[in-house]
Design a protein around this ligand. Structure first.
Ligand code: FMN
Length: 213
């Protein structure tokens, strides 16, 4: 939900002008289902900023797309689950996708990796391989109670997307360290440096998405 009491983001430092933004469609999703998840909070903060910038924003939860752990035997027997197809179609109708993932043992959350693996198996009639990952741009974010803010997990996620799926991932990314203290009670980032890094990443995502309109 987008609270109406939000202050607009700092236009001077981010140049988040609203010109031509309405055509840009951006999908935001977090790789955690945990109640009180820091990554979900970061995804929510990003969604609010994007909405304020005039972007057509869709925020989804992987809780609404429960998928079995990928198993090639299961796929051979039953095909790709309907929810994986729906998720893939969500990717297809957006120009930009922001993935916000926790870091687990220096890698991607299994929830997000499993979703990506299933999506990578969907190929509808006439489509080239990995259609959900081409023709759109990706940006990454992470939040962790640790001091690196989930940065190592994002290196792994970048590899999965770029090398594994052939996706285009913008160089800017946002990592929120000490995330247990980083958000206020309304879900906003307390530290201006974190907020600025988020805006920079979103600015890069919007610019890259506009280039493929
Ligand atoms: C199995 C496991 C491995 C973890 N590994 C890391 C790690 O490598 N780096 C890190 O910063 N945090 C690690 N954490 C801590 C997570 O960052 C922390 O649980 C975080 O709150 C998860 O994200 P969420 O708040 O969005 O659910 C790990 C947590 C678990 C359960």
């Amino acid at each position: 939900m987008i609270p109406m009491t939000m202050e607009p983001m700092n236009m001077a430092t981010t140049d988040m002008t609203m010109v031509n933004m309405t055509a840009v469609k951006i999908l935001v999703l977090a790789g955690s289902l945990r109640r009180g998840s820091y990554n979900r909070q970061l995804a929510g903060a990003a969604a609010r900023e994007l909405a304020l910038a005039g972007v057509d924003i869709t925020e989804i939860s992987l809780a609404d797309f429960p998928l079995p752990i990928y198993d090639a035997d299961l796929e051979a027997q039953s095909g790709v689950p309907a929810l994986a197809l729906q998720l893939k179609r969500q990717f297809m109708i957006h120009h930009g996708i922001l993935l916000v993932s926790p870091e687990y043992n220096a890698s991607v959350s299994p929830l997000l990796k499993n979703a990506i693996d299933w999506i990578s198996r969907v190929r509808e009639r006439g489509e080239d391989p990995l259609p959900a990952f081409s023709g759109r741009v990706f940006a990454l974010g992470a939040a962790s109670p640790g001091k690196f803010g989930g940065m190592r997990g994002l290196m792994a996620l970048r590899q999965v997307l770029e090398l594994g799926c052939g996706a285009s991932v913008i160089p800017q990314q946002v990592t929120v360290a000490f995330a247990d203290r980083a958000f206020d009670e309304t879900g906003h980032l307390r530290d201006e440096r974190d907020a600025a890094q988020l805006r920079l990443t979103l600015r890069g995502l919007i610019d890259a998405a506009q280039r493929i309109l």
